[in-house]
Each structure stands twice: as structure tokens, then as C-alpha cells.
Design a binder for this molecule. Structure first.
Ligand SMILES: *[C@@H]1O[C@H](CO)[C@@H](O)[C@H](O)[C@H]1NC(C)=O
Ligand SMILES: *[C@@H]1O[C@H](CO)[C@@H](O)[C@H](O)[C@H]1NC(C)=O
Ligand SMILES: *[C@@H]1O[C@H](CO)[C@@H](O)[C@H](O)[C@H]1NC(C)=O
Ligand SMILES: [Cu+2]
Length: 564
């Protein structure tokens, strides 16, 4: 193995040509999983997976062929094969060398093994996001817990490096006083400048928020203001306003939703741009937790925004039936209204993640109760559902998918993987953790492979540039198999998963032209960063709706400055 430095890039050249192809390449045309997809249980997370985020991880063993530009070829280190898992300080099966229980691990999706990571502040019900330079930031948490040598985490900021190899996979913690306010159950959203906004939360542990515990404000990381800025929406949505749903909109404002109310908000001028009508039905925010997704953005309709919110519960009682509705609001309408639809089943604490084909895959959750400990959740939902946003109402829901027999309730997570599978972990509604409880603390990992992975040969892409600027055109090579069909191009970001939230998750279609010989595509990157804030992204090409394996790249304001 040679290490060489080329124009600011530290590049490891792997000499061996280890195959890194997904098992889905070159598949038979007809698959038994074509209709149902496939659910597989492989691996253990070591710690209860309360929070999870896909990370770059450099390993010399796995090599991908990549290019910096069309004339230079390098073997780049595989960089998208691990998941950073964060629990709270508690007794887990993974132990540190000291013998004390770990509460963070790095899970390798190639080998299905983990390594433990040392954390020294309590990350209980916290939030996170990436800065534009790739550093992952974990924000907030809860009180100290001596048995696990965990300091107070209410105002903590924690960094995890953008590229991590064996000797630098370490958390760097800034224990206290880093954020202005205590924030338990806050929401983080990535902003177009490459920084983060941190919104809401409570200043101490609580079943649901109260006037005394409320933190009705937001702040930025790195800080932009001298103090937190009050957000009145969080005063008017008690007690169900924890983990508000937040999406950065193409016009640069934020959509912010708590309980049933939502607003369009200008975080630069600190003012409400418009109030939206209340969503019908039950409250949707923690602990009556529903799930929210900003549907894929498309250049054809000038990136018109539709927000989909599904599930929830009527009250914080173990007897409360979960809600079986979804509401969708079109922010492009003159007078936006919620259009209600079915959620097929009752479901509280659902996880809605993007399939790499632009559909929304819903997993996890249960049919009764609310988000909390002590027998708060019952009757798990075992079947995934897929929502197809492009189809007409009445035919958007795909059912009959491969089920699990693992209850995934409070403190479960789900993440879209670059190869198109969904990684599912967690469930921990008992305190302390108990693998023998009726609904046990769950360390087992599952992979759900949606039906789109079994629809015949998948297109392949190569020569994706490592770094792309905004409003640029770049070219990639395309390898189609069989008859040439409709080609679509998109980019996605899986986001930070916790408590049915998928913070900063995005899916944006891209304008493109396919060459006459169908061997290359010219792709237009998003015109500006409101559509897709800077940082890690995954490029996907679809042929007749069948997605390629995605390729990681970086979208940056000034790509010449980037050192990752
Ligand atoms: C490709 O990248 C190399 C190294 O950064 C540079 O020297 C070369 O000029 C680039 N070629 C083109 C065509 O951009
Ligand atoms: C990314 O930015 C943060 C905040 O400015 C800084 O602390 C961190 O060191 C940066 N990381 C890299 C790899 O440049
Ligand atoms: C993108 O580039 C085009 C062509 O150069 C230019 O007309 C347009 O103003 C640019 N858009 C943005 C948002 O910079
Ligand atoms: Cu929690």
C-alpha cells in the first residue's frame, strides 16, 4: 500500500483489487423477492441504537475505483461502509477495555461487526448533523450518570471526524456550556452555509414538555448569535413539541412543525413568514411521535415542496390507539391545505426513509401507546410499507412486503444505505436495558432490501467526480443492461436517525442529458445550496425506476478549498 499526497488530497492507493460489488449486481431477471423484497437479520449493534448516522470510514481492505476527473484514476479507499451508533449512558452488551459499558459503537456494514467508542458525556435523546466540511456534530443530551463515567450532556457539542481510520476514530467532546441552552430532544437541520440550526427541546428529562422545562428557542452551531432566539411556535404547541419536524426549503426558509401547527420561518431575519393551517387529527410530535418526510424535489416543477406527515397517537397513555392517517401539504399552493390519506395501519413511532429510487420506505413502530419507557408502547407493526409519491391517491401504498418478527418500538432507527438496502436497528423501551423483557432491548440488526433491488439488472455508474460545485455540469459513465428505458438521476442524503426523526434527510432529482450512445450522462448539479446543503451526498441513476448502487460524492460551495 502506498500513501501519497496529491494536491491536498491524502490518497491511499490500494494495490489489490478486492471486489466491492454489491450482492445485487448481475442479478437473475426473475427473483422470488421481486414483490416482497427481503428482510434479513445479520449482526449486533453492541449498544442500543437510539441514534444512528451513516459515516465515512476508511479501511485499506476494501477498495473502490474512483476518479478525481476523467483523466486521472485512483483506487480510493472505501468510504461509506460504517454507521455511527449513539446510545445514552447505560448498561449495554458492548464493553470498553476498562470493563465499563460502552454507549457508542461504529458498526461495519460489510463485516457486520462493531468497535466500541469512548464517550464521556451523556447523549440521551440528543440530535446531530454534518457541518459542510464533513465533521459530524452531536448536540445536547441529559444529566450525568456516574456508573458509566458519563458527564452532563445537556449543553454538549461532540465532533466525530469526517474521515476515520483505525487511529483516529475518536469522539472529541466539548462537555458543557457549548450550546447556550440545555437541549434534550432538540432537532438539528443542516443549513446552506454548511452550519447547523438547533431547535427546541427541554431543559431536563420529562415525559412530555412543560412550561417550566420548555426550551422554546433555537441557536446555531457554530454560533451565529450572542444568545438563543425565541421561537413562539414552541410556546404555542406545548406539551407536544419535542423533536419538532424541520426542513430547509428551496427558498431558504424553514418549514417547522410541532404538535399540529406549522410555520414557514426565516431564520436569518428571525421571523415567521407564514402560518399554515393546523394538521387534522392527533398531535404528531414527541411523545405522540409520528414521522415526517419532505418528498423528493424535482427541477421540472421548480422544486415544489410537499411535506408528508404520518402516524402519531392521541394521548400519552399506554391504552391510546396509534393514528392511521397521513397528511400532505403542498407549499406551492396559493392556499396550502392538508390533504389526508391513509397510513394503512395504525402506527406510532414510524421511521420514514427514502428508498434510493425516491420512494419512501416506512418501517418500525407500534399500534398502541406513545414514545416512552415503562410499558408505554405495545402491539408492534412488523410489516414495512412503501409510499410512492408520484402515484395517484389510492394507489400510493405498496403492501405485502417481507415482514420482520422483531419489535422495533421506542428508540429504534432506520437508515438508507448506499446500495439501496435499509439498515434497521434498536428498540429499547425498558430502563435499564433488558433482553428478556416482553419488548426487549434489541441489539440485532436487520437489512430490508426493497423490491426495487430485485427487478432485474441494475444500471451501473462510474467516474462520478469526488467533488461537485453548485450549478455545475459534470459527466459520468453509464452502463445500462438490456433494453434502454427511462433514465432518471437524483442525489440523496440519508440524514440522522433518532426517535422517528431523519434530520437533514433529502432526495433531489437532477436535470441531465443522456448521450446518444447511452454510455454517459451529463448531470446538472443543484443550482444552489438551499436545495441540498454542502457535504456528503449519494448519486443514483435509475433506469425504468430501477436504481443503481449509489456513489458517494461531495457537493461544496468552493470545491477547491475542500480537503476531504
Ligand atoms: C485532473 O486532476 C489532476 C490532478 O488534480 C490535474 O493535474 C489535471 O489537470 C486534471 N485534469 C483535468 C482534465 O481536469
Ligand atoms: C470543520 O469545522 C469545524 C467548525 O468550524 C471545525 O471545528 C473542524 O475542525 C472542521 N473540520 C475539518 C476536518 O476541517
Ligand atoms: C446557474 O448558471 C446559469 C448559467 O451559467 C446562470 O444563468 C444562473 O444564474 C446560475 N444560477 C445560480 C443560482 O447561480
Ligand atoms: Cu428517547
Amino acid at each position: 500500500m502506498y500513501i501519497t499526497k496529491i494536491s491536498g488530497f491524502l490518497v491511499t492507493l490500494c494495490i489489490s483489487t478486492v471486489s466491492c460489488q454489491s450482492p445485487f449486481f448481475n442479478q437473475e431477471k426473475v427473483s422470488p423477492f421481486e414483490k416482497s423484497g427481503k428482510m434479513e437479520q445479520i449482526g449486533r449493534t453492541g449498544v442500543a441504537a437510539m441514534h444512528a448516522v451513516l459515516l465515512k470510514y476508511e479501511s485499506p481492505l476494501f477498495c473502490h475505483k474512483r476518479t478525481l476527473n476523467s483523466s486521472f484514476f485512483f483506487f480510493f479507499i472505501d468510504s461509506e461502509k460504517s454507521i455511527l451508533i449513539i446510545d445514552k449512558a447505560e448498561e449495554n452488551e458492548a464493553k470498553l477495555d476498562s470493563g465499563i459499558s460502552a454507549y457508542s459503537t461504529l458498526y461495519d456494514i460489510e463485516t457486520n461487526t462493531y468497535r466500541t467508542l469512548l464517550l464521556e458525556t451523556n447523549t440521551f435523546c440528543s440530535a446531530g448533523g454534518f457541518l459542510g466540511n464533513g465533521t459530524f456534530i452531536s448536540t445536547g443530551g441529559a444529566e450525568s450518570r456516574g456508573a458509566w463515567k458519563a458527564g452532563r450532556g445537556h449543553q454538549s457539542i461532540r465532533h466525530f471526524p469526517p474521515t476515520c481510520s483505525d487511529d483516529n476514530c475518536l469522539w472529541q467532546e466539548f462537555p458543557t456550556g457549548k450550546m447556550y441552552s440545555n437541549r434534550w430532544y432538540p432537532t438539528v437541520e443542516q443549513l446552506p452555509d454548511g452550519d447547523l440550526i438547533i431547535i427546541g427541546g427541554s431543559n431536563a428529562g420529562t415525559k412530555y414538555n412543560t412550561v417550566i422545562k420548555n426550551t422554546p428557542s433555537y441557536e446555531f452551531w457554530p454560533p451565529r448569535t450572542d444568545e438563543p432566539i425565541q421561537l413562539d411556535l414552541l410556546l404555542h404547541t406545548l406539551p407536544y413539541n419535542l423533536y419538532p419536524f424541520v426542513f430547509l426549503l428551496p427558498d431558504g426558509h424553514l418549514f417547522i412543525f410541532a404538535s399540529k401547527k406549522s410555520i414557514i420561518y426565516d431564520y436569518n431575519e428571525h421571523k415567521v413568514v407564514r402560518e399554515l393551517p393546523p394538521m387534522p387529527g392527533v398531535p404528531r410530535s414527541y411523545p405522540l411521535t409520528g414521522g415526517a418526510v419532505m418528498l423528493p424535489l424535482r427541477p421540472e416543477n421548480d422544486y415544489n415542496v410537499e411535506i408528508l406527515i404520518c402516524g402519531g397517537s392521541a394521548s400519552p397513555a399506554a391504552t391510546s390507539a396509534a393514528d392511521d392517517t397521513c397528511g400532505k401539504i403542498n407549499l406551492g399552493d396559493k392556499n396550502p391545505q392538508w390533504e389526508m390519506d391513509t397510513f394503512v395501519h395504525k402506527r406510532v413511532m414510524p421511521d420514514g426513509v427514502f428508498g434510493t429510487d425516491g420512494s419512501i420506505v416506512w418501517v418500525n413502530g407500534c399500534q398502541r401507546g406513545y414514545a416512552g419507557y415503562k410499558d408505554a408502547n405495545h402491539d408492534p407493526t412488523f410489516d414495512p410499507l412503501i409510499y410512492h409519491p408520484e402515484k395517484p391517491k389510492g394507489s400510493r401504498w405498496q403492501q405485502g412486503l417481507a415482514t420482520t418478527d422483531i419489535a422495533r418500538m421506542y428508540h429504534s432507527v432506520a437508515l438508507t444505505l448506499p446500495d439501496g438496502r435499509i439498515w434497521i436497528a434498536g428498540s429499547n423501551s425498558v430502563d435499564p436495558p433488558d433482553i428478556h423483557a416482553k419488548y426487549p432491548t434489541e441489539f440485532r440488526v436487520e437489512y430490508f432490501s426493497p423490491p426495487y433491488l430485485f427487478k432485474g439488472a441494475r444500471p451501473k455508474i462510474s467516474h462520478v467526480p469526488r467533488i461537485v460545485g453548485y450549478n455545475e455540469t459534470f459527466q459520468i459513465l453509464l452502463h445500462l443492461e438490456g433494453k434502454v428505458g427511462k433514465v432518471e438521476v437524483a442525489m440523496m442524503r440519508p440524514g440522522f436517525s433518532t426517535h422517528s426523526m431523519h434530520m437533514s434527510q433529502r432526495y433531489v432529482y437532477l436535470n441531465h442529458e443522456v448521450s446518444e450512445d447511452f454510455q454517459s450522462v451529463r448531470i446538472h448539479s443543484p443550482p444552489h445550496a438551499n436545495l441540498f446543503p454542502p457535504g456528503q451526498a449519494f448519486l443514483v441513476v435509475m433506469q425504468d425506476g430501477v436504481p443503481s448502487v449509489t456513489t458517494e460524492f461531495f457537493i461544496e460551495h468552493d470545491k477547491d478549498d475542500l480537503l476531504i
